[in-house]
Each structure stands twice: as C-alpha cells, then as structure tokens.
Design a binder for this molecule. Structure first.
Ligand code: ADP
Length: 178
C-alpha cells in the first residue's frame, strides 16, 4: 500500500528490512548500541562487522544511545548506504512516557536522515517485538509521526517494512485511518 504525502511516497510493505534498497534503513537498537536479537541481530548479520565497529566508536564517544534518540553509521555490506540506529522504549504499561519516547525515536531518525541528506528511509516496527509495545498503538504513532515530519520536510520515499502479514495489516489499517 502507498500514499503520497506532499512530495513523499509513504509505503507499507511486508518484507525483510535488511534487503531494502532505500538510502538508509532504521535499526531498532538498544541503548548499548552493541547489537542484540530481532531486527538488530539481522541487520548486523547482513551488514557485517563494519557497522558494529562504528557503533562501538559512537558508544565509546557518547556512552551508547538514550531511548528515543538516534545515531547513524554506514551500511556496511547492505544495499542501503546508511543504518540509522534508534532506541524505542520498552513497554511497561504505558505510564513511563512510552508513547512520547516512541514518537521521539521516529522523529529523531527522520531528523538525522535529513541532516545527512538521505532521501529514502525504511523503518521496521520499532518496539513491537522484544520490547512488547502494543502494535496497534505503535503503528498509529509511527504513521502519524512520519506523516507530520514529511509534511514539513520531503523525502523521495519513507517505507515501513513489516516482517509478518499480521503486522502488515495493522500498519495498513493505521495508514488508512490516518
Ligand atoms: P524491539 O526490541 O524494538 O521490540 P525487535 O527486533 O524485537 O525490536 O522487533 C521489532 C520488529 O522487527 C518485530 O515486529 C519483528 O518481527 C521485526 N523484525 C525482526 N527481524 C526483521 C527483519 N529482518 N526485517 C523487518 N522486520 C524484522
């Protein structure tokens, strides 16, 4: 499914984010930036050691990445030239600013993309795996934050890449309702 939002194509597909040819892909990292499971593990496996080396340098310099913030590295062996590593919140019931922190993760990823003149970005479903953020709510935040940003700053494409058919449906519904 795709929609034009101003000059930007906003698309929602099912697939593997490590295979996307957008200029950047976003990683749902953790605060250590030292790799983990889920999409983080998949990106480091597919992208090779260079990405982890750059993450380690950033970590040594600034002590990891706080929740809601984002950092950028090269894409190593990936088709994407860059990986934007952002840290979504761990869901713990909704009273620990999880919604605001998830919004920040999307916003800061797009901000860092713009700062680096990246024209197209693929996002995974941040926080809805191991971090257990309820996906209906996460999808609404993801879509509305991206739509708001791209109304102000255009890209060629922003793509949401969902791993399962069920997740794809949730994001398609969120896009339809937005
Ligand atoms: P978090 O810790 O932020 O919850 P996870 O990696 O556990 O991150 O999960 C985030 C989402 O990424 C989940 O929906 C998971 O199914 C999905 N995912 C895992 N591997 C991939 C992949 N290769 N491409 C796209 N999405 C993926």
């Amino acid at each position: 499914m795709e929609r034009m939002v101003g000059k930007t194509k906003l698309s929602v597909i099912q697939g593997d984010i490590t295979l996307q040819e957008t200029e950047a892909i976003v990683n749902a990292a953790n605060t250590s930036l030292l790799g983990g499971g889920g999409v983080d593990g998949a990106i480091h496996r597919a992208g090779g050691a260079k990405i982890l080396e750059e993450c380690k340098e950033i970590s040594a310099r600034q002590g990891g990445c706080p929740t809601g913030e984002a950092v950028i590295t090269s894409g190593g062996n990936l088709k994407a030239g860059y990986v934007i590593h952002t840290v979504g919140p761990v869901w713990s019931g909704g009273s620990r600013k999880e919604e605001e922190l998830l919004r920040n993760a999307y916003y800061n990823s797009l901000r860092i993309a713009k700062e680096n003149e990246v024209a197209s970005v693929s996002f995974p479903s941040i926080s809805t795996g191991a971090y257990r953020f309820p996906i209906d709510c996460a999808a609404r935040i993801a879509i509305t934050t991206v739509k708001e940003f791209i109304q102000e700053h255009s890209f060629t494409e922003i793509r949401f890449v969902l791993f399962s058919a069920g997740d794809l449906k949730v994001y398609e519904d969120a896009l339809t309702q937005s």
